[in-house]
Design a protein around this ligand. Sequence first.
Ligand code: 3PG
Length: 305
Amino acid sequence: MKVLIATDKPFAKVAVDGIRKEIEAAGYELALLEKYTEKARLLDAVKDVNAIIIRSDSIDAEVFEAAKELKIVVRAGAGYDNVDLNAATAHHVCVMNTPGQNANAVAELALGLMVYAVRNFYNGTSGTELMGKKLGIHAYGNVGRNVARIAKGFGMEIYAYDAFCPEEVIEKDGVKAVASVEELYKTCDVVSLHIPATPETKNSINYALLKETPEGVLLVNTARKEVINEDELIRLMNERSDFRYISDIMPAAHANFEELFAGRYFSTPKKMGAQTAEANINAGIAAAKQIVGYLKEGIDKFRVN
Ligand code: 3PG
């Protein structure tokens, strides 16, 4: 069996070494395709492989068509909006993710971005503190829970909204569960996004929702750029000079944001949330183990299609 790591944004070397160990211990061969940029290189690399480990790499119908021997794709991470699940199913390929494995890394970055923003991007002027501020966690999954845990240490008052997570699960963590997404945005000084990109969530963070936020609000996005309605966010930020936006996923209109909202907008140049050695090791090795478990024993616990 041949396993390919196809990561345009590479894992830390220590994670690749760990993956190699798992794959070779199973008697399989490992191939590595990093920083490939051009899709043609991916299409060529997948031709003879049985399994692929990816990150945010786009695996569309053309890739499934080219990968004639493919049995499984594991997204080493949480969000699998980059994989065409219908095409996977049509080609009888199993798709999995590795939920929770990089959640702490993303949560730490969310808090890091909050500190950076409320301290005025370290420009030497007086900022504010997070202690005592109301933090709204939008979606209480693996990342949201880690954000809550860390934010408690900062002394924040924590609220969460999750359409699928029962109220008692949220409240047992000492977090206030709010009844609606509107209430979360109306209530909180800082809102941290942790929703996946799905047909329902795309563009859902819109003008109507954001216009109700309190003065001086900070919106933090370590989720996906697609969940933001960028045109409406620009409209709102034009109208409200108190509104701040900080993101780990560069908006399509990044240049506009930079020009129009200097001092209250920042984006990392490349998504950094899961870019830690620990997260790479956790997610990468989990992916390798899931591939071996699936190919040898048919275990499909984290299957998403
Ligand atoms: C995820 O969905 O797991 C995160 O967004 C991390 O994505 P990445 O592996 O591309 O950094």
